[in-house]
Design a protein. Structure first.
Length: 116
């Protein structure tokens, strides 16, 4: 069982920046971020595949968010710049134990609130 611990959420004005961190208790194959806004479905934000450093972003954050990490420390970061009000959500760290696995492991979530 892999445990994920997130940190770094908070309140920021539109146009500002926040950096989220997530530490896993064991090695994983893929780590990423999802978010869920009030009244909406949880959606994919970004992910990194450790074996080849393949990175994916959802279109709405590409160019504003940057995912990075340290595979040796089982840690992933999400640098969020040029934040918009519509980025307000609970952000969840997630991980896959293998390339073929589903998103089996989830963090507790951290609130990101962007104000006008």
């Amino acid at each position: 069982q892999v445990q994920l611990v997130e940190s770094g959420g908070g309140l920021v004005q539109a146009g500002g920046s926040l950096r989220l961190s997530c530490a896993a208790s064991a090695r994983t194959s893929v780590m990423g971020w999802f978010r869920q806004a009030p009244g909406k479905e949880r959606e994919f934000v970004a992910a990194i595949t450790w074996i080849n450093w393949y990175i994916q972003y959802t279109n709405s954050v590409r160019g504003r968010f940057t995912i990075s990490g340290d595979n040796a420390k089982n840690t992933v970061f999400l640098q969020m710049d040029s934040l918009k009000i519509e980025d307000t959500a609970v952000y969840y760290c997630a991980a896959r134990g293998s390339m073929a696995a589903a998103w089996d492991y989830w963090g507790q979530g951290t609130q990101v609130t962007v104000s006008s």
